[in-house]
Design a protein around this ligand. Structure first.
Ligand code: NAP
Length: 278
């Protein structure tokens, strides 16, 4: 594992990263970071001093935009096309991180798709596709990154659970629908519920070296929610005590918190404006 591999030519400024126990320039992989929440997470990680592997599946130009924002923040970005529902795609992201940055310190499993259709009309192939992209992707990327994350823990002194040292971690992006269910998107809600079980299982499996948490967003304004009618929006807003939709930065803030919270693992952070209080 190339923990000592140089990230770039020449020295760079001291990172703003709040995890100084890791190597000088920690690195993150953010899946599905061409657009929406993933792009905001990538930018937040760059602001905190992380180099970032920016992943896209179809939106190449948007991914270059995310990478430009990472570079504007003073960090390095590598852009990789990969379908993370395939294990080979996940492996290629880890290879990119090792090649460019010498390892992986944090993984964000954010890539996801949604589809609105009632079960009576739901093609079983579409059920599988949503599960593949929303759940299998997280398993694939986590398994592929695990040796690098464990190496990062060792480099950090293997003290991840002490509270002194947050250590490397994984954050899975779930959804409020994991708890509420959703009649018109049972496969999406089911995939997000499965992610929470995966989170707890991996948190137990990888402890104390690598923490694993989830964030469960409520309604966030992105392409995924852009098809709402005004009437639907009004109805949704009436259910949100803070009286607004989530912003992508709200979710990026939550992921950054979990990344740095050394005594938190196997947890789900709900970020939904109070729509669901658990
Ligand atoms: P979005 O704007 O539609 O972006 C989805 C991202 O996932 C894109 O970057 C897309 O890449 C990527 N992606 C899709 N399939 C992929 C694949 N097979 N391999 C790699 N990347 C893939 O959605 P978003 O709202 O930002 O959602 C991000 C995450 O938050 C998802 O997991 C979603 O379920 C979750 N979430 C969103 C909301 C919400 O209200 N928006 C609420 C709860 C949870 P390309 O464009 O390059 O294909």
């Amino acid at each position: 594992m190339g923990r000592d591999a140089p990230a770039s030519e020449g020295p760079r400024e001291t990172p703003k990263c709040p995890t100084p126990y890791l190597r000088a320039m920690p690195a993150a992989i953010v899946t599905g970071s061409s657009r929406g929440i993933g792009a905001a997470i990538a930018e937040r990680f760059a602001a905190d001093g992380y180099d970032v592997v920016v992943n896209y599946n179809t939106s190449a130009d948007a991914a270059e935009g995310t990478a430009a924002a990472v570079r504007d923040a003073g960090q390095e970005a590598v852009v990789r096309e990969a379908d993370v529902s395939e294990y080979a795609g996940a492996e290629s992201l880890v290879e990119a991180a090792v090649e460019a940055f010498g390892g992986v310190d944090h993984l964000v499993n954010n890539a996801g798709i949604d589809q609105h259709v009632y079960t009576a009309d739901l093609d079983p192939a579409d059920f599988d596709r949503v599960m593949d992209i929303n759940v299998n992707s997280a398993f694939n990327c986590t398994k592929a990154a695990l040796p690098e994350l464990e190496a990062a823990a060792e480099a950090a002194g293997g003290d991840g659970a002490s509270g002194r040292d947050p250590g490397p971690s994984v954050t899975n992006v779930s959804s409020i629908l994991a708890f509420t269910g959703a009649p018109i998107e049972c496969h999406y809600a089911g995939s997000k519920g499965a992610l929470l079980s995966l989170t707890k299982s991996h948190a137990r499996d990888f402890a104390p070296d690598v923490r694993v948490n989830a964030v469960a967003p409520g309604h966030v304004e992105t392409d995924m929610t852009a098809d709402r009618t005004n009437e639907e929006k009004e109805k949704e807003l009436a259910e949100i005590p803070v009286d607004r939709y989530g912003r992508v930065e709200d979710i990026a803030d939550a992921v950054a918190y979990l990344r740095d919270a050394g005594f938190v693992t196997g947890e789900t952070l709900n970020v939904n404006g109070g729509e669901l209080m658990r």
